[in-house]
Ligand binder design. Structure first.
Ligand code: PLP
Length: 404
């Protein structure tokens, strides 16, 4: 008889953003005349930059001629893209990462979900709380956790590292020693950033304990402060303890086009085995490659024109972040984030729960945000707003919130 993977039954029935989508649909159907402004979901809204569009057109034309047609992409990605990444994202920042340590993929969501497959199910994972839900959900699916604990409102068997106002929304070393440590900076959902000195301490800790850090740098392009590292490989010793996940989604608008990459240095060895080889084996078997057309578009991100256009796009979103941060602060909200990340994290007023505030904001101001509790128990009482809307809508939304 067929059995199912019962670990899936430990998870709540729907993903956070599906629940939000349903609530908004119901509200809009009941109130068709209301203009709802979405400052909730972490999707971008600006079109792909002209340099990327040109590269896409060029690659499509290549597909139309037998001499330039491309079939399956190389398992680990085209060399032209891997070398552009190695040069621009690592060598130019003084980091020692070679192109053959880069694995091109169809996005950081997939990689952050799948990377756990190369580790044993007996590994203990540590996550920040609140956290991007994919890390926890996929470890639950893999059977690396216990059941959902309705009292603690999180999963048994996971080491949660609370990130709260008191610690500047940064994790502290846990009492119990973890094997796999998920860190994401700049952070989704809190918008907090980590300094190089602070991250160095995590690298030293992981090397000392024999742990592996899975470092999600999806929002690296939003860093504005000097002392915030753009990659974990800026820290000494990271080659022997860290895997890095990167995305083209938030810096270049590839949320629909799909492109990302994972870095696994060849010095990263656990259990006597190079993790690089395990991930290469997985990519070879389970991954069919990011399309040539998309990888050519990714290469254009590193062209002079691409860099200039994307800098403007990030600045556009960060202008929204400032509108949200300054506007809400002046209106008396307690806010953080928004300086090195497109996320603003606010405390719900009047001790409302996150979902109470969600309903209140939707009903009274027709604004959609994301309840902090959707990211973990420590997100209760908080709310996430994102800078990915249009400037006009962002200004309008904040004006509405000022008059709540
Ligand atoms: N990592 C974090 C922390 C994210 O917030 C997101 C998307 O919201 C992703 C990864 C997903 O990136 P991608 O679009 O490349 O799959």
């Amino acid at each position: 008889m067929v059995t199912i993977n019962k670990n899936y039954l430990k998870l709540p029935g729907s993903y956070l953003f599906s629940t939000i989508g349903k609530k908004v649909r119901v509200y809009q159907e009941a109130n068709p005349d209301k203009k709802i402004i979405r400052l909730g979901i972490g999707d971008v809204t600006q079109p792909l930059a002209p340099a990327i569009i040109d590269a896409l057109h060029g690659a499509v034309d290549e597909m139309a001629a037998a001499e330039t047609f491309k079939g399956y992409a190389p398992d680990l990605g085209y060399e032209f893209l891997r070398s552009a990444i190695a040069k621009n994202d690592y060598k130019d920042r003084g980091c020692d990462i070679a192109s053959d340590e880069i694995f091109v993929s169809d996005g950081a969501k997939c990689d952050s979900a799948n990377i756990q497959e190369i580790f044993g199910v007996d590994n203990k994972i540590a996550v920040c709380d609140p956290v991007y839900p994919v890390y926890v959900d996929t470890n639950v699916m893999a059977g690396r956790t216990g059941d959902y604990n309705t009292v603690k409102e999180n999963f048994d068997g996971i080491i949660y590292m609370p990130c709260r106002e008191e610690n500047g929304f940064l994790p502290e070393f846990p009492e119990e020693t973890p094997d796999l440590i998920y860190l994401c900076f700049p952070n989704n959902p809190t918008g907090s950033a980590i300094t190089k000195d602070q991250l160095q301490k995590w690298v030293d800790y992981a090397n000392e304990k024999g742990a592996v850090i899975i470092y999600d740098a999806a929002y690296e392009a939003y860093i504005s402060e000097e002392n915030v590292p753009h990659t974990i490989y800026e820290c000494d010793g990271a080659r022997t303890c860290a895997i890095e996940l990167k995305s083209f989604s938030k810096n270049a608008g590839f949320t629909g086009t799909r492109l990302g990459y994972t870095v696994i240095p060849k010095d990263l060895v656990r259990d006597g085995v190079m993790l690089h080889g395990l991930w290469a084996r997985r990519h070879g078997t389970k991954f069919n490659g990011a399309p040539y057309i998309i990888q050519k578009a990714g290469e254009a991100v590193y062209s002079d024109a691409g860099k200039a256009q994307l800098k403007e796009q990030v600045a556009y979103y960060m202008r929204n972040a400032k509108v949200i941060y300054d506007g809400l602060k002046s209106a008396g909200f307690s806010v953080s984030g928004g300086v090195n990340a497109p996320y603003i994290w606010l405390k719900t007023p009047d001790k409302m729960t996150s979902w109470e505030f969600f309903d209140y904001l939707l009903d009274k101001a027709n604004i959609v945000g994301t309840p902090g509790s959707g990211f973990g128990s420590q997100g209760e009482g908080y709310f996430r707003l994102t800078a990915f809307g249009t400037y006009e809508n962002t200004v309008e939304a904040i004006e509405r919130m000022k008059h709540l």
